[in-house]
Write a protein that binds this ligand. Sequence first.
Ligand code: WAQ
Ligand code: MG
Length: 253
Amino acid sequence: MDLYSIRMRAAQGGSHEQGGKHISGGEQIAAFHEIQDRVSYLLRKALEHDRGNPDFLQLTIDLIVESVQILSPLSVYTHTVNQVEEGRNLAMGFLRDLGLKEIVIDKGFKWMEIANEVRGAILVDAITGERIDQQGLKGVRATRLDWKVGEFEKWCYAQQLQPNIRLKEALALATKISHYEGVVAELCWSDDPNYVIGYVSSKILGYHRITKMKEHGDENGGRVIFVNPDVGVNDYIQFLEKTPILLKMGEYE
Ligand code: WAQ
Ligand code: MG
């Protein structure tokens, strides 16, 4: 069956290239007959976003010719915290467990402070903490990823979790991002002022949701990916942008 990649990005004050503020983005994989519904969903996501009303919106739909890789989602663990500081300390602990040095972790959190200006992820060297993608305000956008139809709902049921569209999208992203040799960890929280949950994820540790990573009303959010220096940055970016990934509930459930 033919599958299509559907991508959306929206900005306010002109396009992203013109310096507009990033409002919303989204990526999906769908069969031909599903395209219309998926596009409606993405339009609604952009037009009703709490970051503001966009005045620029771009949709791209293209046929996927590469073969699709099927992955199981990372294991999910939820940690309930009441204070931002507690949440961030917990995140730092997971990054330490993965072998990152204190200075690299500090730099990673510094990158998160400017991440709001960047519409994709920031790639960081896991030894030095320096930024290694040369993508400026664009950052690295992972696309061509989604759940197989019905699999997220099945997975939620098995996990006794309420289906939540943000978790659906973030877990697909984190699973793809971590599925590459030499990727150490990802640190993320939303740029949506009303969504304060974030996570640290890795292939080894799984996906650790932390219920408060920023204050309510704060529009600063983003993604930092820590990668070993021997990872070919351009090959990894190519993987994130081009390799189609679909998630399916693993046999182990
Ligand atoms: N590729 C790379 N970076 C991305 C992508 C992508 N496809 N999508 C978003 N980002 C970056 C970008 O800088 C955004 O500003 C930032 O991440 C936040 O994106 O309940 O909703 O879509 O377990 O606002 C995590 C917790 C929610 C979910 C994360 O991120 C849960 C979230 P958002
Ligand atoms: Mg957002």
